[in-house]
Design a protein around this ligand. Structure first.
Ligand code: MSP
Length: 530
């Protein structure tokens, strides 16, 4: 069992491939925003990044959804997958690959992969009896079910009894290999709580699982036995491999694995942990392939403290949210307010309060008031550079270690910690201005002191904007423009070249040569309409 090669200068990450039974919801937006933040951050660090997302389009759930709309499944999935593409555009998600599991190239990869497992002797024909949740596309243990044979996750859906001939994958054969994986690679699955959950599950003994269905048309046929259709999760996980193909590549595993494999990070929600933390590594070991470096299972979102669901009528429409409040606002709230890995809540009043306090008041005011003062008191730029600022200046002292601190938080996916550290810094900037009172320094003719105060504050806003750019790229770009840098964080490749982390992630970059731009508010306060 070989693992990722850490000497590579590439970084591949994935979101789950989303089901297209319905329009995208806030849960899918949440994972994808987080993935976009990671991708943007890794690019600033100078890595070549491949950010994979896409849609999972086969299986009974999708087939039934299409039927209920009176559409052919392909026509239906074409429509819904377009909705994902447009939501990602709206949310300013810059993915590199959008894989649809109905792509013909994917079938070739699935077939080849199946062949490898067959060669390993890990596939056999058996009889599957059990309770199936079509919404989860997963068999459930009888003891997991809620009263009335309801699925524990889709609590308004009855499970269905199945007794049919299926092909099975010998998961039980990989019991030891998985135990060994978890003891030798403590960071393979994060956070810690999910790791423990999976370890316990593995210790309970792994059972083979079925990888084909009968009486299901919508999917790829099992190679050599087309009466059977491949189980949707088998084909879906392999979508991660197909996505690695270059557009011009022939669909072979060799090509798919050539550049980006092994994948560095799979971001998923906690409900699909077993597939990614048990089935996926076992399938890869059986196919004799290296394993991904890290799987991270985030928590679930609730609305106003309640579980979200169509039947409860309390879902959040991500499109409406972005159209009303902007992409940066939505990205900011979910990244800052919810510890990644924990469950979190969306509440519109809280949403508005957070944005107003952090973006309009804290960061926005800091930039705006400082730029205006620089214009008024220093003829456009403080004539001072970093060398003249003593190390114990309160903002410089924080700024000197902030980049490394924030980097460490991004690296462990503690996004909330990264953002909070930057916001505290910006708050310290506001406090510093109030204490130093540049307006008084001006009146007293203390130009040198005044220049120094304004320099450190401007440099603080710059550093804050840079460190937040993976989360709020539009606002950070606006701030950079106003500070006179021609850098657009949405042009990621250019930005990484012109403003690499090693340089712009550090304190002390502004010089007295800097030509500042126009001061404009970067975030308008939102009125609360009650
Ligand atoms: N198609 C499978 C994934 C296959 S990956 C090879 C799937 N799709 S899904 O559309 O149902 O779910 C996608 C993601 O959305 C999952 O990571 C799931 O955890 C996440 N969420 C669904 N509802 C959610 C919340 N209420 N909150 C946060 N994330 C949630 O599963």
């Amino acid at each position: 069992m070989s693992l990722v090669d850490n000497t590579k200068n590439t970084f591949a990450l994935t979101t789950p491939l989303y089901y297209v039974n319905d329009l995208p919801h806030i849960g899918s937006a949440y994972t994808t925003i987080a993935a976009d933040v990671v991708a943007r951050f890794q690019r600033l660090l100078g890595l070549e990044v491949l950010f994979v997302t896409g849609t999972d389009e086969h299986g009974q759930k999708i087939q039934r959804a299409a039927e209920s709309k009176g559409l052919q499944p392909q026509e239906f999935t074409n429509q819904i997958s377009t909705e994902f593409v447009s939501l990602w555009k709206l949310l300013n998600i810059q993915y590199d690959r959008f894989i649809r599991t109905t792509n013909p190239k994917h079938e070739a990869i699935v077939k080849e992969f199946f062949g490898r497992l067959w060669e390993s002797g890990d596939i056999y024909l058996g009889q599957q009896k059990g309770w199936y949740c079509v919404s989860c596309e997963e068999f459930k243990e009888e003891r997991e079910l809620l009263e009335g044979n309801l699925c524990p996750i889709h609590t308004n859906k009855e499970v269905e009894w199945r007794d049919e001939e299926n092909y099975f994958f010998k998961l039980s054969k990989y019991q030891m290999a998985l135990e060994e994986l978890y003891s030798s690679q403590p960071n393979f699955l994060q956070p810690e709580s999910r790791r423990n959950e999976i370890l316990n599950f593995i210790k309970g003994g792994l059972q083979d699982f079925s990888i084909s269905r009968v009486n299901l048309e919508w999917g790829f046929p099992v190679p050599n036995d087309p009466k059977h259709t491949l189980y949707v999760w088998f084909d879906a996980l392999l979508g991660y491999l197909t996505a690695l193909l270059e557009p011009e590549d022939e669909p072979t595993l060799e090509n798919a694995l050539a550049k980006w494999y092994p994948i560095n990070l799979h971001l998923i929600g906690k409900d699909i942990l077993r597939f990614h933390a048990i089935s996926w590594p076992a399938l890869l070991i059986s196919a004799n392939l290296p394993l991904p470096e890290r799987v991270f299972g985030h928590g679930f979102l609730t609305k106003d403290g309640q579980k979200m669901g169509k039947s409860l009528g309390n879902t959040i429409d991500p499109v409406a949210l972005v159209e009303k409040y902007s992409a940066d606002a939505v990205r900011y709230y979910f990244i800052k307010e919810i510890g990644f890995g924990k469950d979190g809540d969306f509440n519109e009043v809280r949403f508005i309060e957070v944005l107003n306090a952090d973006l309009a008041k804290n960061l926005g005011n800091l930039l705006n008031r400082t730029l205006n003062m620089v214009k008024k008191y220093c003829a456009g730029i403080p004539s001072i550079t970093n060398e003249n600022v003593p190390e114990d200046n309160p903002l410089k002292a924080i700024g000197l270690q902030l980049g490394e601190q924030v980097k460490a938080s991004y690296e462990v996916l503690a996004f909330d910690r990264a953002v909070v550290a930057v916001l505290r810094f910006s708050q310290a900037g506001n406090k510093y201005i109030d204490e130093q009172a540049p307006w008084s320094l001006y009146k007293q003719g203390q130009q040198q002191e005044l220049d120094q105060v304004l320099y450190v504050v401007l440099e603080s806003v710059r550093l804050a904007a840079y460190l937040l750019s993976p989360v709020i790229p539009n606002i950070s770009s606006d701030i950079y423009q106003q500070l006179g840098f021609g850098i657009d964080f949405n042009n990621q490749i250019e930005a990484a070249k012109a403003a690499p982390f090693a340089n712009h992630g550090n304190w002390g970059l502004l010089s007295s040569e800097q030509q500042l731009g126009e001061a404009k508010p970067i975030f308008q306060s939102i009125e609360l309409d009650r």
